[in-house]
Design a protein around this ligand. Structure first.
Ligand code: AMP
Length: 126
């Protein structure tokens, strides 16, 4: 079971459907542990999402339930994708929304990679 306050994993969520190739995505990377594709509503010149291939609702669920091989493979993929996109030298930001207060919209764990310009403050201040 997921460890968060989120509902159990829903295999009909949009990223699960992208993993199954039921709906299209602009894929930039795929390996045994991760799939990366462009966000449909980019918030920066480069905005890519990296998702694990396993069925994990959130960051907390992934950390608690995934195997060490999945965790290592996933985070290596995040860094490899950023490098392949040319973001390593200029820099980039990774972000994962976890649960309600973060406004997580899609209940399949994902990491956003933002880059392509100076990204400003870390978080909006009220
Ligand atoms: P989050 O709020 O962290 O759950 O972010 C979900 C992200 O998924 C948003 O940035 C959306 O623009 C993005 N998104 C939703 N549907 C799709 C899709 N079909 N293809 C690519 N990105 C999507």
């Amino acid at each position: 079971m997921p460890v968060t306050g989120l509902p159990p994993y829903d295999p009909a969520n949009i990223f699960a459907r992208i993993l199954r190739r039921e709906i299209p995505a602009k894929v930039v990377h795929e390996d045994d542990f991760a799939l990366a594709f462009h966000d449909i509503n980019p918030q920066a010149p480069v905005h890519v999402l990296v998702i694990p291939k396993g069925a994990y609702v959130s960051q907390a669920d992934f950390a608690a339930q995934a195997s060490e091989a999945e965790i290592v493979g996933f985070w290596r993929a995040v860094a490899a994708v950023a490098k392949a996109l040319g973001l390593e030298a200029p820099g980039y930001r990774t972000l994962s929304n976890m649960g309600l207060d973060a406004g997580q919209e899609v209940p399949h764990f994902h990491v956003h990679i933002f880059g392509g310009k100076p990204l400003g403050r870390m978080i909006a201040v009220d």
